[in-house]
Design a protein around this ligand. Sequence first.
Ligand code: CAA
Length: 259
Amino acid sequence: MTDLVRLEVADGVGTIRIDRPPMNALNAEIQHGLVDACREAGERKDVAAVVVWGGEKVFAAGADIKEMETMSYTDMVDHSALLQDFTRALARLPKPTVAAITGYALGGGCEVALACDFRVAADDARLGQPEILLGIIPGAGGTQRLARLVGPSRAKDIVFSGRFVGAEEALAIGLVDRVVPAAEVYDTARTMMARYAGGPAYALRAAKEAIDRGLEVDLDSGLEIERMLFAGLFATRDRATGMRSFVEKGPGKATFEGA
Ligand code: CAA
């Protein structure tokens, strides 16, 4: 794993820290590092949920433009798969995830945030997909995930114009879920994820998969995905524990083992 992306684990919450000052520009090393960090966070039993964090100043100002500047079409045919791999690795991480956004979340940085389950932003944060100003379009999932999150018209406005979206507008259109003072972003995101530590890991995983996979298919297929995942949870110890606990002690008292 690269030093530019670290997985730090405390009290059941993993933090994937992107650390490449001044702007956390996402070069190929970081993109590979994100894939590795997501795999490790997904596999580790001591990680129940994940915060993605770029530090106090900036989330990420996008893919590294200086690295891409000299790339040819054939270079990018190969590299573009990696651009989608690192956001897919995050989107498919089988645990709850939140982006803790300070400063800028632009281009690939915004796309990293879009691949998380939730987004907490600083009140002075600015998000956007400014690729159009470089003569390109978002390439790490932005055209797809942004449109699914905020609707096609708003996504087109943001992608066609390349303009920056302030935190309050981002909250109003559903691009972020919470806005807090900059100094509170990381702690707020951690608190959101800490509630999943000690939770029924397989049920959380199934819930995420049912919602995300279901949104990619027609309703009948989505309902079938839900049915199979729902039935599958009856093979877990947490299901037995959860129901026995309800019958014996009432709601919300179960202690899960994540198995
Ligand atoms: N790639 C490479 N370097 C970047 C960068 C990026 N995405 N963003 C910022 N930097 C560098 C700057 O070149 C500058 O480097 P030097 O000190 O060597 O000159 C340094 O970071 C600081 O940046 P600024 O001086 O520009 O700082 P600022 O505060 O004036 O502006 C900013 C900050 C608004 C984020 C501005 O830097 C900016 O607009 N960055 C580019 C944003 C962008 O276009 N992102 C999309 C990238 S393409 C992409 O992401 C494709 C995809 O879908 C995967």
